[in-house]
Design a protein around this ligand. Structure first.
Ligand code: ATP
Ligand code: MG
Length: 391
């Protein structure tokens, strides 16, 4: 039985100078929480690498690597075999541990990193001798120091020695939470989960808010949004999901406002409520899945009308993306299949026949003037349901 660990290579966080250890600690915390259901692990930092070692027997390392590939802030990860600090053991384990990889390769090279200076061989010696041993063991191989199929790495550290082969790609980005927290307007569609994951990748912790209009929207539609939030946790970590009862507001708009302004006024209510819920939950920005021109209501004039009621930044990471570009990311974060399930969104209830695509602020404000805005909003906020989605 060979003992295995996982090495994490920091991405951009390596660049953050003095803040570096704060970022690393956050990354370790995020990774630790993501691995918690699989068993106990220890985390050790050394030279822009984090060593993740299972501390319970029988841990599923495939699953662990899979989970870690979704943790933002990790550029690459490698599974490594723990070896004794003894060259005979290094030779034997390297050939055994990397057998499949080396059998499939045509060329290789050996790299050695030695921080334990008491080890009797220096790095060039380790490379030369291990290279010769592997050539003997796998006679079909040739050495290529410039562009090898496989790079065999031997690390002789103060605390242990490791052998590993090729890297797996990490999710990139920066650790979730290092840039503060934002509130995602999460519909049941394709775009908003992608928008949330994109901002999580830039280091924001993501909370979500969903507007539901029962009985026009069903329990099943709400359940779908919960499922989307659950899927997002693989990348975003835990999410607080706020479900806002929106029926009274939609009915009031329908009764009191001109039909062609229905959509924009509804969206302004969403934004006002989102801003309040954001403040109450320490979120410092909103996130939406809007993309210019995608549907009639997504124009810069409409965005101007919705931004006007917000007193915090509204982040729209997919604003300049085509649908197919968004779909690629939706597939990658595994939300696409859920997003395309049929459902009713509150936006599709009372849809006007001819929505105004370039609403004029003056008319929108006039139309809203007669409404009991404060009463409607405070009742909705008061009745928000909070669902804690754990990872
Ligand atoms: P999505 O695919 O995210 O549903 P969409 O292309 O359907 O977006 P719209 O329906 O115009 O676009 O919604 C634009 C954005 O408004 C959404 O991306 C989302 O951020 C927000 N939004 C829409 N409906 C809701 C809702 N019921 N609850 C919360 N946010 C919503
Ligand atoms: Mg939608």
């Amino acid at each position: 039985m060979m003992k295995e660990i996982i090495l994490l290579k920091n991405g951009e966080i390596a660049l953050k100078g003095l803040n570096r250890s704060v970022f690393e600690d956050r990354l370790i915390n995020n990774a630790r929480r993501r691995l918690e259901p699989l068993g106990r692990f220890s985390f050790r930092k050394a030279q822009s690498t984090i060593y993740v070692e299972p501390k319970t027997d029988g841990v599923d390392l495939d699953e662990a690597a899979d989970r870690l590939q979704k943790v933002y802030g990790i550029a690459a990860l490698t599974r490594a075999c723990v070896v004794e600090k003894d060259f005979e053991d290094i030779k034997a384990k390297a050939a055994e541990y990397l057998r499949e990889e080396l059998e499939d390769a045509k060329t290789f090279k050996v790299e050695a990193k030695r921080s334990d200076k008491s080890f009797p061989m220096n790095s060039p010696e380790i490379c030369r001798e291990l290279g010769a041993h592997l050539l003997e063991h796998f006679p079909h191989l040739a050495v290529d120091v410039h562009n090898p199929d496989v790079t065999v790495v031997v690390e002789v550290r103060d605390f242990a020695a490791y052998v590993h082969g090729s890297q797996l790609p990490g999710a990139g980005g920066i650790p979730v939470g290092s840039g503060g927290r934002a509130l995602l307007l999460l519909s049941g569609g394709i775009d908003s989960p992608v928008a949330g994951a994109m901002m999580a990748k830039r280091g924001l912790e993501v909370f979500a808010i969903h507007f539901a209009s029962p009985p026009y929207t069903s329990e099943r539609a709400k359940q779908k949004v919960i499922t989307l939030a659950e899927k997002m946790t693989a990348y975003c970590g835990r999410i607080n999901l706020f479900v806002v009862p929106f029926t009274e507001i939609q009915e009031a708009i329908k009764d009191q406002c001109p039909e062609d302004l229905f959509t924009i006024i509804m969206r302004r209510y969403m934004m006002r409520i989102a801003c309040r819920v954001a403040r109450d939950s320490s979120c410092e920005a909103l996130i939406t899945g809007e993309s210019v021109g995608q549907v009639a209501s997504q124009t810069i004039q409409a965005m101007n009308c919705t931004d006007a009621v917000c007193n915090m930044p509204v982040l729209r990471p997919v604003v300049g993306m085509d649908k197919d570009e968004i779909v690629i990311i939706a597939n990658k974060i595994d939300t696409f299949e859920t997003s395309i399930l049929p459902y009713e969104d509150c936006c599709t209830v009372f849809t006007p026949k001819h929505p105004r695509t370039k609403p004029k602020m003056k008319f929108v404000e006039q139309a809203e003037a007669g409404m009991d805005m404060e009463g409607l909003i405070s009742r909705a906020v008061y009745n928000v349901e909070t669902i804690k989605i754990s990872q």
